[in-house]
Design a protein around this ligand. Sequence first.
Ligand code: UDX
Length: 427
Amino acid sequence: MKIAVIGTGYVGLVAGACLADLGNQVICVDIDESKITSLEKGIIPIYEPGLEEVVKRNVLEKRLSFTTDSAKAISDSKIIFIAVGTPQGDDGKAELKYVYAVAETIGKNANEPKIIVDKSTVPVGTSRKVKELAEKFSEHRIEVVSNPEFLREGSAVKDFLEPDRVVIGSDNSEAAKAIEDLYKPLGKEILITNPESAELIKYASNAFLATKISFINEIAAIADRVNADVSEVAKGMGLDARIGKQFLNAGCGYGGSCFPKDVKALQKIALDCGYKLDILREVEKVNEYQKMLPVEKLKKELGSLSGKKICVLGLAFKPNTDDMREASSIKIIHALVKEKAQVVAVDPIAEENAKQFLPKIHYEKSPYAAAKGCDAVMLVTEWNEFLELDFAKIGAEMNSKIIVDGRNAYDREKLVAMGFKYIGIGR
Ligand code: UDX
């Protein structure tokens, strides 16, 4: 199948490369010339494990190519994926100008009936508007299918090729079937529904996961007060198949490019149809509080943070990405600096991006160098390399042996036995 993917952000690029890997002829389009030139040379603009390999392999086998010429890519392809950004607008609503601009371009350049696949996360009802808009500029029939993505940064290639489910939203059975055929080789569950349901599935899924995190974070607050261990509580809850084990790690809050934005956008969608989604307001409130919690706990332990040297382990919003968007580290470090603490931070790959948000702190390459002379070490992002540290060596470098485990990732008993003061979240 000949496919064009418009937008080479992480969703578009992963989708394009993986669809090519499934044997399709894919052309990825972007307006950013330098990005396209880099991609043609095999330079991947984002950090995404495994992506470079899939891109290079498919470029070499001539199934994947890149262009800035959207008109040609559209006229050459039967199926056109929209994978442009939908950033948060002023009122919390997703900004749709990029999606609509692409819809118009597709309409203007359609030389035969086309199928548009909307992969961008868009408010309910957008697919129908995209169809209206594209058809307004075209003399051909244009079908629109909503096909939300559930990719996680850091495991996006795997998530695309081994999804829990594929959701296809369309009122047109032929268009739905064409997209179903694209995903059939994956051998996974495919749900075909109407466009509105597909659009809502995306927001509801992300909002539910964010709610699960804030819920366990509230349980952690209780655990802290009643001598329970939230990790054990989560384990006990997660063994119930109806609840499930995932997304029950209490800690210093969720971040990233999706959860914060989608939780806001779903509240706006609700308001626009006359419903107030109170539960998500609380989810956000808990999450903001959670980001401050490690600092509050440390302040309680040390009395004052003024002049104290604090080593922050991990800056990215989660491990295996260099993405700093809405990262808990930003709020935590701002709070530490406000308390006049001296911050030394280390992250395996997010340092460059972090400097845009946190230009004034000191950066180190190794956790051992960062821990030197520190009054406390604070784990904010649970990168693998921070989990297996030589704690005897870390402790020997420190001024006072305090560990704030913002992700409940360390073995508390082991650290206590080594003479550390261990401060977790709800344990
Ligand atoms: C998320 C969704 O998982 C994905 O399906 C969607 O397509 C995009 O948004 P992503 O933003 O890459 O993916 O990150 P994810 O792995 O879901 O983690 C989000 C945040 O939640 C991170 O900050 C993480 O640290 C935090 N988190 C996750 C917790 O605090 N506790 C948990 O138990 C799980």
